[in-house]
Write a protein that binds this ligand. Structure first.
Ligand code: ATP
Ligand code: MG
Length: 564
């Protein structure tokens, strides 16, 4: 963590310590390289966004805001094969949800195809690009490798006129896919393989989601991306480390295409998380293999999944802030993300009672048929959330694990002869239990002491255990879903064959949970603390009016400590 982040966490006065990107921007502004800051987030619409993208979005948006600049959302939709409108829509929704405001600056790289084509023509005219007839395989052969310099293509010295004519014919659809490509003419002996006459246009007879069948030639990423940035007057093109070796090509393209005030590329390390799957490719496979319930399955870390699970934009922003920006790849502990959502919900959400694995407790000395309304505070740490009335009566549900006939040492909950407090209600002494023929406990019995009513000022004897409960006649039955991480990092994320080593217990469905009556009214995305059980959020897909399904966002306890 940087000093700045530590300061933000401890609430101390912020120590002036900027990350390396801010330092570069400061330098550029001081030297007059740029007089403003403009950033962008450039997703390829070939999947849903994930937590790693959130980092990139918030970084780019945050920098624009910090420097009084602008932030664009631009779809990098130059590859017609994989792109879908569904992804475009989900990405817009996610970026907005994260609070990264692109105002009216929503762009599509495919809207620049004409300018890109003109840039290519300019390169040809300058003798900086040529049409090549080598096959993809031959191009790879000729390119050489890290130890071997490349070899010039036999088509490298075609005349400008011939190149212009052939490129025009490529555009007009005279050639089949792969028959001809346009390549930049740079340097086949460059130590940087990206500079060995890279392909910048290919023939592809495919329908594009935006431009339809207008084009049958499509620009390659390394050529298109710098042009997109330059057209939008981006100043700092922030991308991830794998593009570091592509930077000389980026600079070559904006220079040779003669853009004024060209953008510059700055790289940072991707965000990786332990115990989850980032990377569109893996997420896509889990979705396609139907191992998860779509791109928003709450076990995933796509933004849609985090939202469905009950994460808030605030918690994700906080997480990204804590992680900071770095030049070195590393994995962040998943527990840190959980820490951030717990912290965010702690004071904001009411704390109610829900019994996930119920067994009935009968309080034998409580009047039959009587229902008493107890006033219980909604959040002891935040009185502003007020209080609510909770029905109490002779029969309540408690958690099965809160009773033991023969308790081990240090078990302070219900066992014959022991007294506990029912949260917000009375002390109850356990008197025994009933069992079925298999020895399973079916009913627990106890007696209450009317003198011990919570909030009555009773200061008598102490009890060591406090358990939650839900009154039987007014309880609502709901489904709760508990999650574990989808892969177990300690056992290895991948199997030997490269497939994911999935955790078979990543989802537990509990259909027989009982909750306080008001929880039956929960609507999609409403979240609560279920006392002792964790934070839960009403599922946006499977909840029905009066019958919510709750996803556990996170449990209450954690071994995670913020680094000092
Ligand atoms: P993936 O590797 O998951 O397939 P991608 O890089 O192919 O993602 P793009 O849509 O091309 O996805 O990426 C859009 C932007 O998000 C790029 O600038 C990319 O560098 C950035 N980005 C992608 N993954 C991460 C990550 N894990 N951490 C930070 N930024 C990321
Ligand atoms: Mg990509």
């Amino acid at each position: 963590m940087t000093e700045k982040n530590t300061a933000a966490v401890t609430g101390e006065k912020e120590v002036e310590s900027k990350n390396f990107i801010e330092q570069e921007i400061d330098k550029d502004l001081a030297e007059g390289v740029y007089d403003h800051v403009q950033t962008r987030f450039p997703p390829e619409p070939n999947g849903y966004l994930h937590i790693g993208h959130a980092k990139s979005i918030l970084l780019n948006y945050g920098l624009a805001k910090e420097y009084g600049g602008k932030f664009n959302l631009r779809f990098d939709d130059t590859n017609p094969t994989k792109e879908k409108t569904e992804f475009v829509e989900s990405i817009i929704e996610d970026v907005k949800w994260l609070g990264a405001d692109f105002e009216d600056r929503l762009f599509f790289a495919s809207n620049y195809f004409e300018q890109m084509y003109e840039c290519a023509v300019l390169l040809i005219k300058k003798g900086k690009a040529f049409v090549c007839d080598l096959s993809a395989e031959e191009i790879r052969e000729y390119r050489g490798d890290y130890n071997r310099p490349g070899k010039d293509s036999p088509y490298r010295n075609r005349s400008v006129e011939e190149n212009l004519k052939l490129f025009e014919e490529m555009k007009e659809g005279k050639y089949k896919d792969g028959e001809k490509v346009l390549r930049a003419k740079i340097d086949m002996s460059s130590p940087n393989i990206n500079m060995r006459d890279p392909v910048i246009y290919r023939v592809a007879h495919m329908t594009h989601h935006n431009t339809g069948d207008k084009w049958c030639i499509y620009p390659m990423y390394d050529f298109a991306h710098p042009i997109e940035d330059a057209i939008e007057h981006i100043t700092h093109s922030i991308c991830t480390l794998e593009f570091e070796d592509h930077r000389p090509l980026y600079d070559w393209v904006v220079r040779e295409c003669e853009f004024e005030n060209p953008p510059r590329q700055i790289e940072f390390a991707k965000l990786y998380l332990t115990n989850v799957v980032t990377g569109k490719r893996y997420i896509k496979k889990l979705v396609e293999d139907k191992i998860v319930d779509g791109w928003d399955d709450p076990r995933l870390v796509s933004i849609a999944a985090l939202r469905r699970r009950g994460y808030t934009p605030e918690s994700i922003r906080r997480f990204v802030e804590l992680v900071g920006v770095s030049k070195a790849n590393s994995s962040v502990d998943y527990a840190m993300l959980e820490y951030c959502i717990r912290e965010d919900l702690k004071l904001k959400k009411p704390r109610l009672m829900a019994v996930l694995d119920p067994v009935k407790l009968v309080i034998d000395n409580y009047p039959e048929g009587q229902i008493e309304e107890l006033e219980i505070p909604n959040n002891l740490e935040n009185p502003e959330l007020g209080s609510r009335k909770v029905p109490f009566c002779r029969e309540v549900y408690i958690e099965r694990e809160d009773f033991m006939e023969e308790p081990p040492k240090k078990y302070f909950r219900m066992f014959p002869g022991n007294e506990v407090r029912l949260m917000g209600a009375y002390f109850v002494k356990c008197t025994g239990c009933e069992k079925d023929e298999n020895g399973n406990v079916t009913v627990v019995h106890g007696t209450y002491d009317p003198e011990t009513k919570s909030g009555s000022g009773f200061e008598g004897r102490k009890v060591k255990g406090t358990i939650h409960w839900v009154a039987v006649p007014t309880a609502k039955q709901v489904e709760c879903r508990l999650y574990e991480t989808i892969v177990d990092e300690e056992k290895g994320k991948l199997n030997e064959d490269g497939s994911l080593n999935l955790n078979p217990n990543s989802l537990t469905i509990l259909k027989n949970c009982y909750v306080e009556p008001q929880l039956a009214e929960a609507k999609a995305y409403d979240s609560f603390q279920f006392m002792r059980n964790g934070y839960f959020c009403a599922d946006c897909k499977d909840s029905r009016p009066g019958s919510p399904v709750f996803n556990r966002i996170v449990s209450l306890k954690s071994s995670f400590k913020l680094p000092k």
